[in-house]
Design a protein around this ligand. Structure first.
Ligand code: HEM
Length: 496
């Protein structure tokens, strides 16, 4: 029977095993319908590590945060690259970027570090600030319109403004073509980016299904959205753009010099970066803004911080006179905004951290217990278990804008479990070598977005008593969850 069901038997020293009772799927449905509840109930039954069969794959879930570092730093037997790279090829449709497959020798991690971190950040921040101002404040008609109350969905607003600004920051602006100049050119560019946004949303809808292994040809609209987006990134189209970020120009160069990809595959590697740079940032912008507008204390504290920062750096401006940018150091010192964004991420993040066993080995946990892990098994942790743990975060389902601030208003970094200080308590960006390389830029982008909004606009919810929209569980495991529905708000330019 076991052979027929394709299940395995637990061997001595292996973690407790949940085969589930559905052929092939195993525990997939129970996990998929409510991962947090499912993992908590397994933890109550089995303790801090257990194995679940999910869609034919054996996954060891580790629930003891004190042992996370053992896995995070265990590079000898655990591989992260293969899983990420094969998922990327499957979803975006490019040839394999795994150097062991022989299509490229690019070291992607190095590319990301060089172009998204450290010295690369000041110019990314500056370009993002300029693009945000043009998307939010300076676009043609909005100059006159925002003097009156405007109504929009928070999600719709965040998608429009953040997508445009971030798209232009990474992929540059269109070179002026003969007759299109000035405001007209800007409107044409905006229309092109908004059409990319519509394609992005269509493609993003089918993203979880593609990760799960469904073939793209069964999704007609999603597939043509992916191909339309990729077309924008073909060499002949990218080379007609100005101010392309170092990330994309270095990747174009490395695609040309280190890979044997065809043109479409090259374009699709850029599409992967478009997705990585937007898919989490957009819902984080939504949750940060939603909770902010709904909490009078949060909006007061944040507005004070923003006004002080802009005015102390002599940046009193109007709609018609744009701000110079805030420096990295200034943005780092905006700790109220930092806490507001982190708290929004804590409540909405549902990523899975995954490693694959390159060979059979013994996993030694912090508790001194040791478990045998078979080759090709996965080891995973699910940070939502930490983020919603009442021992670590008091009243974990409540939004507290200052949760990441200490009594002195400095960044709070001490969180405890079982009376012991935790090293890993906040993990929406993943962990170890696979930690999001865009995390610094992501925080700066959202801080700039909130800074401009709070400085220039009065903001209010259309329905002040509205409940928090539920998290859309269809994207569990993939990052920040979206709300199941949008929430309407009003905004109006502040008269000085
Ligand atoms: C990967 C989160 C914004 C670029 C990831 C991963 C997570 C994540 C969870 C996977 C890590 C893992 O598997 O362990 C987020 C969140 C963001 C954000 C929550 C926004 C708040 C960005 C931005 C960029 C970016 C703005 C680029 C401009 C990337 C890239 C990867 C990645 C390139 C793949 C890294 C690799 O495979 O080596 N991100 N991200 N992310 N992120 Fe982000």
């Amino acid at each position: 029977l076991r052979l027929l069901l394709g299940t395995r038997r637990r061997r001595p020293t292996e973690p407790p095993l949940e085969n589930g009772n559905i052929p092939y799927l195993g525990c997939a449905l129970r996990f998929g319908s409510n991962p947090l509840e499912f993992l908590r109930s397994c933890q109550r039954q089995h303790g801090c590590i257990f194995t679940c069969r999910i869609a034919g794959q054996y996954i060891h879930f580790l629930c003891d945060p004190f042992s996370y570092d053992t896995v995070i730093h265990h590079r000898r037997h655990l591989d992260w690259n293969k899983f990420h790279l094969s998922t990327s090829a499957k979803v975006f449709g490019h040839e394999s970027m795994d150097p062991s497959h022989g299509h490229t020798t690019e070291d992607l991690q190095q590319t990301f570090q060089k172009t998204l971190q450290g010295k690369a950040l000041p110019s990314l921040i500056q370009t993002m600030m300029e693009n945000l101002q043009s998307a939010m404040l300076l676009s043609g008609t909005s100059k006159t319109r925002v003097m009156d109350w405007q109504q929009d969905g928070i999600l719709a607003f965040c998608y429009k403004v953040m997508f445009e600004a971030s798209y232009l920051t990474l992929f540059g602006t269109e070179l002026s073509t003969h007759k299109k100049e000035g405001p007209f050119k800007q409107e044409v560019q905006k229309a092109t980016v908004l059409s990319a946004l519509e394609n992005f949303k269509e493609f993003d809808k089918i993203f979880p299904a593609l990760v799960a292994g469904l073939p793209i040809h069964i999704f007609k609209t999603g597939r043509s959205a992916r191909e339309n987006l990729a077309k924008n990134f073909l060499y002949q189209n990218l080379s007609r753009r100005n101010n392309i970020s170092d990330l994309i120009s270095l990747r174009m160069h490395l695609n040309d010099t280190l890979s044997n990809f065809d043109d479409l595959s090259k374009a699709k590697t850029h599409l992967a970066l478009l997705w990585a740079s937007q898919a989490n940032t957009l819902p984080v912008a939504f949750w940060s803004l939603f909770y902010l507008i709904r909490s009078p204390e949060a909006i007061k504290a944040a507005t004070e911080e923003v006004t002080k920062m802009l005015e102390s750096s002599g940046q009193t401006t109007s709609l018609h006179r744009p701000h110079p940018t805030l420096s990295r150091e200034q943005l780092d010192s905006m700790l109220v905004l930092d806490s507001i964004i982190k708290e929004a991420m804590r409540l909405s993040s549902a990523s899975l951290n995954i490693r694959i066993a390159k060979e059979a080995f013994q996993l030694d946990l912090e508790s001194k217990r040791s478990y045998h892990i078979r080759k090709d098994d996965m080891i995973a942790f699910y940070p939502q278990m930490l983020h919603f743990d009442p021992e670590i975060y008091e009243e974990p389902l409540t939004y507290k804008y200052d949760r990441f601030l200490d009594e002195k208003g400095q960044e709070k970094k001490t969180f405890y479990k079982d009376g012991r200080k935790l090293h890993n308590y906040f993990m929406p960006f993943g962990s170890g070598v696979t930690k999001c390389p865009g995390r610094f830029f992501a925080m700066y982008e959202i801080k700039l977005f909130l800074t401009l909004l709070l400085y220039h606009f009065e903001l209010e919810l259309v329905d002040g008593d509205i409940k928090t929209p539920p998290l859309d569980q269809s994207r569990v495991g993939l990052g920040i969850l979206q709300p199941t529905h949008d929430v309407d708000f009003r905004y109006k330019y502040k008269t000085p």
